[in-house]
Design a protein around this ligand. Structure first.
Ligand code: WT7
Length: 630
């Protein structure tokens, strides 16, 4: 029985079958990380081998230079497991939200054919290598098919999370200048149908979108623009089920994915073909210990990087079965997630601490009847997992038998870079573990940094914004040290513990949101003078935003609060909704006019305020304190 503060190691049984069980691998990789990755890369399928493994021109770097590859060839016809061995095996199990609808299973061959049909359909619409295609789809199989179809023909996919608002969609489409958007009529969320097409119609205004491909999912009524809109089914109906893979340069763009930056506007990070394929294959294989009969459930939506890398690409590159669930894990019953694990015989389950805390809150009784006999490994991602959630996950879900890999990474890193390997350990609650072999991590004055040669799958820049790339990641220390914006510690065994962010990022249920983007959304309201957003600890979500809004008009506070909520939904989407909104007359500011968010935070978490003499308006602090107490 594991006790608090203890170290834990994999069981003998787990270790025996694990791909990596000898800690020697760390030393070997450290000797020459570039050589190490080169050896790993050589095991995948390349049309042409690279000339140089790694080229560094700070702050830029490249991997497998002049190598030629296509990630979909490595998933399908050139899969390392052998195409004949996997083509009739389930690539995807799709579980719909409505209980009464049927599960869909696609074999590798069926998936391949669908990918080729859509790829041919896209070509017919005139997209070429390097063009961007926007994907604004819910958790349905067409999201996977669309991503892979783009990759097949060298088109850059730019997925936008389906719960983002039309304004958020538009902001992304304007920057990436996509000409085609793939979306759906609607989708199910907790029994309701969301009209996604309506958001898409709004979101493509004033963008370069020429055609909208619409998947029929919820069969809700939608507006139809016969010049732009085309049904997905109509587009692919007569297309061939064969489509040659485009031969891609290792450093060609594979996808763009927006993430919150330290300021208001989202930045689209660039991931390239070669390095990402290699890193995605190997991190999955070693960290989730993918073996041929595994059925992997990563709960992430494809709208996030975790969905890209571990719901889709990594399990498929490894030739195993991935499960995608359309709905929320606690709907219509709090144990829906547990039902799915048992029903589909999930062997590896990967989710976020926020979900684990929610399961825990429902109480152990809800899952008492489940044995989870098929599970052999658990994973966590997105935010620090506290000791109590870790222990609950370990005992109640893993039944003290399954190792837990607490995986640290970022949208920018493309894949997991820190975690204990499951066949080696050690696992220690609240510690993510050791850097992945071949990855050099350091902690400089509590800042977590990544040292050259970084990793093959790390991003190569911010789309159309080299300045932001330089400032955000490479200007803090030296130009060859990547700044993660995370604070971390290392213990005597070298295990890394992530404490949190140093910037103004709030991690809400594992999703990244900045105070800047939230404030920018609120400030668009014509009667609101300004606002300040801060993150406070939240029992389930880890952190939750609280906003202070300066309003001096005639409306009641309730009215203004409603308008603030509507404003945030319109500009960002429901994930950014604050836990609390306070309407105030002024914000605490320094003499130079800087908003003192620190003071607001201290007021909320009831800490000593310290010296207020540097404030221009110290009297406001007491006023705000009274409002918070109301
Ligand atoms: C930030 C990146 C990783 C893909 C999903 C989130 C935090 C991530 C952990 C972890 C503690 C973690 C960091 C990081 N984070 N994983 N295991 N323990 N913190 O990607 O939205 O780009 O966010 O998430 O603060 O910088 P993202």
């Amino acid at each position: 029985m594991i006790k608090e503060g203890e170290l834990y190691f994999p069981t003998k049984e787990f270790q025996k079958k694990a791909w990596v069980k000898n800690a020697k691998i760390y030393k070997e990789a450290e000797k020459d990380p570039v050589k190490f990755w080169e050896n790993l890369a050589a095991q995948l399928f390349w049309f042409e081998k690279w000339e140089k493994p790694f080229v560094h021109q700070p702050p830029y770097f490249q991997w497998f230079v002049n190598g030629k590859i296509n990630i979909t060839s490595n998933i399908f016809e050139k899969n390392l497991q052998g195409w004949e061995n996997i083509k009739n095996k389930a690539a995807l199990i799709w579980e719909p939200e409505p209980i009464e609808q049927s599960v869909k299973i696609l074999t590798y061959e069926e998936l391949f054919k669908k990918v080729c049909c859509l790829a041919n359909g896209l070509k017919k619409l005139g997209v070429k290598k390097g063009d961007r295609v926007g994907i604004y789809l819910p958790m349905i199989s067409e999201a996977i098919i669309s991503i892979l179809a783009c990759a097949r023909i060298g088109v850059v996919h730019a997925v936008v999370f389906s719960a983002f608002s039309s304004a958020a969609l538009k902001a992304r489409l304007v920057t990436n200048e996509a000409k085609i958007l793939i979306t759906a009529d609607g989708y199910y969320r907790r029994g309701q149908i969301v009209n996604l097409k309506q958001n898409a119609d709004e979101g493509i205004k004033e963008t370069k979108i020429e055609k909208v491909i619409v998947v029929k999912r919820a069969e809700n009524e939608i507006n139809w623009n016969s010049e732009k809109d085309v049904w997905y089914e109509d587009l692919i109906r007569n297309e061939s089920e064969q489509c040659e893979a485009k031969i891609m340069d290792s450093e060609d763009l594979l996808f763009l994915l927006a993430t919150s930056g330290s300021t208001g506007s989202p930045k689209q990070v660039m991931h390239t073909c070669g390095g990402y394929t290699i890193q995605t294959y190997w991190t999955g294989k070693w960290i989730f210990d993918f073996h041929k009969n595994d059925i992997f459930w990563c709960t992430s939506d494809p709208g996030w990087v975790t969905g890209h890398t571990y719901t889709i690409y990594s399990p498929l590159l490894n030739g195993i079965t991935t499960l995608m669930f359309e709905g929320a894990p606690d709907w219509p019953e709090p144990d829906r997630w547990a039902q799915i694990i048992e029903k589909h015989k999930i062997t590896i389950f990967y989710t976020a601490p926020t979900a684990i805390r929610m399961f825990e809150k429902y109480g152990a009784d809800v899952i008492k009847k489940y044995k989870f006999a098929t599970l052999r490994l658990l994973g966590s991602v997105g935010e620090p997992i506290d000791e109590s959630a870790w222990l609950w996950y370990f005992r109640e879900v893993g039944k003290e038998r399954c190792p837990i890999v607490d995986t640290w990474w970022q949208t920018e890193t493309g894949g997991i870079l820190i975690t204990s390997l499951p066949g080696i350990g050690p696992f220690k609650p609240a510690f993510t573990g050791l850097p992945f072999p071949g990855v050099k991590i350091d902690i400089l004055e509590n800042n977590l940094v990544i040292l050259p040669p970084f990793s093959p799958g790390m991003f190569r820049g911010i789309y159309k914004n080299p300045q932001k790339y330089l400032e955000t990641y490479w200007s803090q220390t030296k130009k060859n040290v990547y700044f993660t914006s995370d604070v971390a510690h290392k213990n005597e065994q070298g295990l890394i513990r992530i404490i949190g962010r140093v910037d103004d990022v709030i991690k809400v249920a594992g999703h990244r949101l900045t105070t800047g983007e939230l404030e920018a959304a609120i400030n668009l309201h014509s009667e609101i003078i300004e606002s300040a957003a801060i993150g406070i600890p939240d029992e389930i979500k880890g952190e939750a935003p609280v906003v202070f809004v300066v309003y001096r008009g005639e409306k009641t506070h309730d009215e203004i609060k409603k308008e603030v909520i509507a404003q945030i939904k319109k500009e960002i989407g429901p994930i950014a909704l604050p836990k609390e909104i306070y309407i105030i007359k002024d914000l605490p500011k320094t003499r130079s006019g800087k908003i003192m968010r620190r003071i607001l935070k201290k007021l909320l978490v009831k800490e000593e305020l310290g010296d207020l003499s540097t404030l221009r308006n110290p009297e406001i602090v007491e006023e705000i304190r009274k409002i918070i107490k109301l």
